[in-house]
Design a protein around this ligand. Structure first.
Ligand code: NAD
Ligand code: WQD
Length: 338
């Protein structure tokens, strides 16, 4: 089966391509390389043992997408392509709405023309806003606290309406919690441009000497140690969640929504201490004020995915930090330019 993977040279997309190949699928990558490098491709090839089809294109280009979908005989689409930095989305909301909303709508339109009716969409736990309690189940109320989150929420709503009007389509919304870690080979990993927004790439860059210390945003939250608590999930487990969705949702028509998280919450201090163990160094850190828009705690109830998709996260905190360190220590500056 051929799977179009939009955003396939990015962090989660590249790891998912490896797991797709392992599971016997043929991924075809489309990416405009706005937040990833072409040098990811030979690494995927090295792990997979063969070439992978790559097309440099923008999902907002409908004609190009129709050509690709038809020309490569695609059976289903996994749509990762989009912009994901919360702070940047506050400064440049239009760019986020254009890439994330217009991009997805254009892709759906192209799929409709090419008569491909199976989509898996990368959504986010951000659609739960500030949840009233934890763990979070899929039926919790949704809301947006920033333009990035709004773009995911609007796309979810558009896809829900679209599926209602087109009941023979199979659309799966996967709400990721906090992806971390890397492929165990150390060949693939997270390579943020500029100063990392997310905790774990920042910690990894401190460990490798690229940054001086980690600022911990708030130590006065109502959590066990006062720092924010999140559901960190190994990116390989997240990748496996997509394979499970392909296998167990299959072409079954409907709108399917799943949390992809571990069900465990770890604090910022837990994560720093686990990383210290993995890298054998002390990670200098300082307490700073809370980051605007942050919530105290957020973790998933992943039981729906376990029941329906026969999927649950397998890799523990030790593997998340060990794999992240292997990637960062062997690629201190991330992927090469080309
Ligand atoms: P990433 O930036 O590493 O990957 C996204 C890829 O999409 C990049 O390679 C980029 O070049 C490409 N892209 C962006 N706009 C495009 C366009 N218009 N046309 C073609 N390619 C385009 O991000 P990621 O962490 O791999 O995230 C993948 C998806 O998962 C995103 O939709 C993101 O919003 C979602 N998500 C990510 C996280 C996270 O913390 N990483 C959490 C929840 C959801
Ligand atoms: C985790 C914890 C911070 C950096 C974001 C998006 C979300 C999703 C995942 C895409 C929090 C603390 C962080 C630092 C810190 N992305 N922190 N110092 O905020 O849970 O989620 O990424 O969909 O939409 O909002 O992840 O990694 O930024 O933060 O203390 O330098 O680490 O306050 O408690 P977050 P994060």
């Amino acid at each position: 089966m051929k799977i179009l993977v939009t955003g396939g040279t990015g962090y989660i997309g590249s790891h998912t391509c490896i797991q797709l190949i392992q599971a016997g699928y043929t991924p075809v990558i489309v990416d405009n390389l706005c937040n990833s490098k072409i040098s990811v491709l030979p690494r995927i090839k090295r792990i997979a043992g063969h070439e992978i089809t790559f097309i440099q294109a923008d999902v907002r280009n409908k004609e190009a997408m129709v050509d690709i979908l038809q020309g490569h005989d695609i059976d289903a689409v996994i749509h990762f392509a989009g912009l994901k930095a919360v702070g940047e989305s506050v400064e440049h909301p239009l760019e986020y709405f254009d890439d994330n909303i217009h991009g997805t709508l254009t892709l759906i339109d192209a799929m409709r023309e090419a008569m491909i009716k199976r989509l898996i969409f990368s959504s986010s736990a951000t659609v739960y806003g500030d949840p009233a309690s934890v763990p979070i189940t899929e039926d919790f109320p949704t809301s947006a606290t920033n333009p990035y989150g709004r773009s995911k929420l609007i796309v979810e709503e558009c896809l829900t309406d679209f599926q209602k009007a087109n009941p023979d389509w199979s659309i799966t919304l996967l709400r990721y919690f906090n992806p971390v870690g890397s492929h165990p080979s150390g060949l693939l990993g997270e390579d943020p441009q500029g100063i990392p927004n997310n905790l774990m790439p920042f910690v990894a860059q401190v460990a490798v000497g690229r940054r001086e210390f980690v600022s911990i945003f708030g130590n006065d939250y109502p959590t066990q140690d006062g720092t924010g608590v999140r559901d960190y999930i190994h990116v390989m487990d997240l990748a496996d969640g997509h394979i499970a969705a392909l296998q167990h949702v299959g072409p079954k028509a409907g709108l399917h929504v799943y949390n992809l998280g571990t069900g465990n919450g770890y604090s910022v201090l837990d994560m720093i201490h686990a990383f210290e163990k993995a890298c054998g160094k002390t990670i200098p850190h300082q307490f700073a004020s809370r980051r605007s828009g942050d919530i105290a705690e957020c973790w998933a109830d992943p039981s729906k995915a376990k029941q329906d998709l026969k999927w649950s996260a397998k890799r523990n905190l030790e593997e998340m930090t060990a794999d992240a360190w292997r990637w960062q220590s062997t690629n201190p500056q991330g992927y090469p330019e080309d």
